[in-house]
Design a binder for this molecule. Structure first.
Ligand code: ADP
Ligand code: ADP
Length: 225
């Protein structure tokens, strides 16, 4: 089953007199449980593509079908619900809320839905992420690895259809990067969690099931192992 189908997707930006074709007629599908890496030079459209799939940004044309529904047709309000319930996004610089502690950051999408995370579920995710003794700490009291594990917990807590990671290890040393990738692989293996990850690191891309290379907003290669 395809969890995601991207069809003829385009996103252009006007920069003065120039038109930047950030995503230029991109089509591909992703099966449930795939671990997909997106690589390509800086400026090739990787982040723009991920933001479109995550419902953070709007396309110019094309379709993005997630679980059978074209999310590009959703109203802003419905798109906000899609972002909270169906996708988990992991950023290079974590994007944690500075005034909320670890547990509150992890619960944020549930809180915005006027729901709470069950205690057992919170304990389980904190345990898996090695954050049990950090639950009441604020982001500025955490190491980089702990901040990233908090942001991964936030992304995974709702069991989203898609986990989107934009250079999640870009700001971490090798030991912490390996830990992050191992966590993502574990969720991918154990729960058939679909993961789409942008990386510049060839060793990380090598661990994915499939690698799509973008150049100038277009797919240059798409290799499955
Ligand atoms: P990558 O993630 O591969 O580095 P991006 O998706 O960030 O690439 O950017 C693709 C192209 O689109 C770049 O030329 C970038 O400068 C341009 N771009 C991205 N976002 C914007 C924006 N908000 N306004 C104007 N140009 C943008
Ligand atoms: P059950 O369905 O009996 O709760 P699971 O094996 O589905 O058991 O889940 C066990 C734990 O693993 C859950 O409490 C949850 O924290 C985590 N989990 C399961 N599936 C996912 C998923 N897709 N994404 C994130 N976490 C998951």
């Amino acid at each position: 089953m395809n969890i995601l189908e991207v069809r003829n997707l385009k996103k252009y930006y006007k920069l003065g007199d120039n038109l930047v074709k950030a995503v230029d007629d991109v089509s591909f599908s992703v099966e449930k449980g795939e671990f997909l890496a997106i690589i390509g030079p800086s400026g090739s459209g990787k982040s723009t593509l991920l933001h479109l799939i995550g419902g953070v940004d709007r396309k110019d044309s094309g379709e993005i079908i997630v679980g059978g529904e074209d999310i590009t047709k959703l109203s802003n309000e419905r798109l906000a619900i899609y972002r909270r319930r169906e996708v988990g996004i992991i950023y290079q610089f974590y994007n944690l809320i500075a005034t909320l502690n670890v547990e509150e950051n992890i619960s944020i999408s549930k809180r915005l839905d006027d729901k709470t995370v069950e205690k057992e579920e919170m304990d389980e995710i904190l345990r898996r992420m090695g954050l049990l003794n950090r639950r009441n700490n604020l982001p500025n009291q955490l190491s980089g690895g702990e901040m990233q594990r908090t942001s991964i917990a936030r992304a995974l807590i709702n069991r989203p259809s898609l986990v989107l990671a934009d250079e999640p290890t870009g700001n971490l040393d090798t030991k912490n990067s390996d830990e992050i990738i191992n966590i993502l692989r574990e969720f991918n293996k154990n729960y058939k969690q679909t993961i789409i990850l942008i990386t510049h690191n060839p060793e990380i891309a090598n661990q994915a099931d499939r690698v799509i290379e973008l150049v100038d907003g277009k797919i240059k290669s798409d290799v499955r192992k």
